[in-house]
Write a protein that binds this ligand. Structure first.
Ligand code: NAP
Length: 371
């Protein structure tokens, strides 16, 4: 009797909780919108690429939006150049994970683009390191595919004078991902490092930074990119259309893996006994759907399994780091590494630039210039 009552009440409580959770999700869904439907005229307009809905790249628009206003800790930049990253294409796609993070019904932030280079136009009250006129580069939080962008002071550094705006805009996400990933791999001079996916934005930095650290670099790329990776310093090249690097007799101290298209066992086989496989990415911007999910699950599985063996599979998320950005800018200023710029597009043509990147075969960075 008592047991029946307990079951009955537990059932009622669970039902009420489920209804409340459902209502909360519905409210969150309807409240998560953006300012695309505003009816009022813009007081201070600027041109920008925006996405008001999730979907294919067809949802992108080049239109007038409100010029951003920096808060106390932010810097307003007149954008001179921006560069695209795989994440820009991923953000637009309609995925449940994307909706959970970036807005259930519509994307909260409708601006696109992270990497930015330009001139400081205005600074917030608390900003101490920059003043109007300074030439800077870094990571924008509101969208760099625009005439103006705001970014926190901590996400910006001064651009060296002999580095162009286009080169500077190429550096932040791809350069930091390569540098921080090679550090995850505990790279040492004289080590053998293999870079899988050596010719995209991240890969072209990774080959050059591996060489800067004194490693022997093997680049994995397709036939048409063999000359490119040689020109940026790769000691050995494996053409993935003809040869599978996991079937070779070579052993590597570090695998910097931008693609994740081989199994845990296959990659282990070509790692030295104490080698490290750095799980940097899951293929270029063109990777999507089931293939992307398979590679993400494969990455977590490899990371977990590697706890039971000597070889390590390391995952990491790129972090904004002023010292790292300054180091990368210094290397470029000194001519030790050079950003590889594949194509340059005007801001008004940025949608086509994203379409090109989204095919997944960019050769280095795709850059947007803003007049
Ligand atoms: N861990 C992090 O926090 C972090 C941060 C930034 C980026 N990432 C990830 O890093 C990865 C690379 O980014 P990215 O900006 O370099 O992308 P990307 O520029 O779009 O990369 C395109 C390159 O991938 C190469 N590629 C495609 N399939 C390949 C294969 N089977 N084998 C070897 N190379 C192949 C292509 O070469 P071909 O034309 O020769 O095929 C192309 O050069 C992405 O998955 C991105 O999400 C991770």
């Amino acid at each position: 009797m008592i047991l029946r009552r307990i079951f009955k009440w537990t059932g009622r409580v669970i039902a009420i909780l489920l209804v409340l959770a459902g209502v909360a999700i519905l409210i969150a869904y309807w409240r998560s919108t953006n300012d695309c439907d505003r009816k009022t005229a813009l007081i201070n307009p600027m041109k920008a690429i925006v996405y008001c809905e999730y979907g294919s790249l067809d949802v992108l628009k080049f239109e007038d939006v409100a010029k951003p206003v920096p808060n106390d800790n932010q810097v307003l930049i007149r954008v001179r150049a921006a560069s695209l990253n795989a994440i820009d294409a991923y953000l637009i796609r309609d995925t449940w994970l994307g909706r959970l993070i970036f807005g259930l019904r519509k994307p909260r932030n409708t601006g696109l683009g992270r990497d930015v280079a330009g001139q400081v136009e205005a600074v917030g009250r608390m900003v101490t390191q920059f003043k109007p006129g300074d030439e800077v580069f870094g990571i924008s939080h509101t969208g760099s595919l625009a005439e103006y962008a705001v970014t926190p002071e901590r996400a910006l550094v001064i651009k060296p004078p002999n580095v162009s705006f286009e080169e500077a805009a190429s550096i932040p996400i791809a350069g930091l991902t390569a540098l921080q990933g090679l550090r995850e791999g505990k790279i040492q001079p004289g080590q053998k490092v293999l870079i899988n996916g050596a010719t995209g934005g991240v890969g072209t930095f990774a080959v050059q930074i591996a060489k800067f650290f004194g490693a022997e670099a093997t680049a994995v790329c397709s036939t048409r990119n063999v000359q490119l990776v040689r020109s940026i310093g790769a000691d050995h090249v494996i053409d993935y259309t003809k040869e599978d690097f996991t079937k070779s007799d070579q052993r590597y101290d570090v695998i910097f893996d931008n693609v994740a298209n081989h199994s845990f066992a296959d990659r282990r086989r070509v790692l030295n006994p104490k080698g490290i496989c750095v799980l940097a990415g899951m293929g270029g911007a063109g990777t999507r759907g089931g293939q992307a999910i398979g590679r993400i699950v494969g990455g977590f599985t490899a990371r977990g399994l590697s706890s039971f063996v000597d070889q390590k599979f390391a995952m990491y998320v790129t972090k904004m780091s002023k010292p790292d950005l300054i180091m990368l800018a210094g290397l470029i200023e000194a001519g030790k590494i050079k950003p590889v710029i594949d194509r340059t597009y005007k801001l008004s043509d940025a949608v086509n630039a994203l379409r090109y990147l989204d095919e997944g075969h960019a050769r280095g960075k795709v850059v947007i210039t803003v007049q």
